[in-house]
Design a protein around this ligand. Sequence first.
Ligand SMILES: Cc1ncc(COP(=O)(O)O)c(C=O)c1O
Length: 412
Amino acid sequence: MEAKQLVQLAEQFGSPLYVYDAAKIQSQYNKLEKAFSRVEHLRINYAVKALSNISVLKLLKQMGSGLDTVSIQEVQLGLLAGFSPEKIIYTPNGVSMEEIEEVALLGVQINIDNLSILEQFGAKHPTTPVCIRINPHVMAGGNSNISVGHIDSKFGISIHQMPHLLRIVQNTGMHINGIHMHTGSDILDIEVFLYAAEILFETAAQFKELEFLDFGSGFKVPYKKDDIQTDVEELGKKLGKRFNAFCAEYGRDLTLTFEPGKFLVSEAGFFLAKVNVVKQTTSTVFAGIDSGFNHLIRPMLYGSHHHIENVSNPKGKERFYSVVGYICETDTFANNRRIPEIKEGDLLCFRNAGAYCFSMSSNYNSRVRPAEVLWYEGKGHLIRERETFEDIIRNQVVMEFETPATPVAVTV
Ligand SMILES: Cc1ncc(COP(=O)(O)O)c(C=O)c1O
């Protein structure tokens, strides 16, 4: 999107503001689908956690996407957006048996990642098809918090526990219809992906009634100019070919499933915030904006890089700034970053603000969350109103404390 359009949207809808470009989401979806065109049955399940606005879910539904969910609330959002339960997979971690049963009752595909729940669920619901999330013990992902397929990770059933898993399946007579893995986000090297895929194929060969193999996600998107990104065309060629060969050996056409979040929405997002104050200190020049890690936590949580532009002065002479928020603790978006000259009142734009940005926002410091706008067919559509003070106090139950009628005597 162009700087001028973004400035206009901030004037129309206020600041801070999240803007999502629908055309970019659509082109990313098409790119992935095209990369795997040699696979007969491909299913893309958008990972709702990345950006869960119902209008974004509806846009993806229109593209033919399914959904990957991790909570019953994400399932409910998907159903509200019009997805049929068969188009939704539920991959919880550390969730109660009650919630899993509730989701299963809705007709959603269940994906189980631990032996205890697998055994309980299989014993009670042997006819409900279940997918199994394995832990392939592969270290992949751009950050320790988002590397989830390694041996110390809490996710998935270890491949070394396969004999135990097979015993549970046999004893309960349950129906396993899918095998799943997700090794982590921001995977740099497709060879790691292909290596983990071999482990998934080996595991899958031990189950006779499979319908799909779910390779999770982890596609790396670029965060800055010339940054590495997952070569999905190359992955499509290599994994597609290997998948087809596996189906031939297996004797049945399976569905190849992915569940991308970042790949579909990260680059489509722009976070706009106004500069409240430019503060020269002895060490740097701070640009303090009308936002903080309550709205965009990734830099503080993961050390993530978000490219920052001054859309009010895009061609200005570059200077060094530390961009900080208004939160009452260290709240840094960027340290000594080259940005076109900033004046108080200018609008800054943070790139890659589509995934894990609004969805991780909070009311910390009792601040309201920003509005969200979807830029669709040349027009900005408000898809979430800015919160108000009423939203902050909505669920508070206020106690009243009576002032004592007579002062309490204090004896010494
Ligand atoms: C199980 C699972 N699937 C898919 C995703 C989406 O990953 P990404 O946003 O890197 O595509 C995640 C991310 O945390 C995940 O945990």
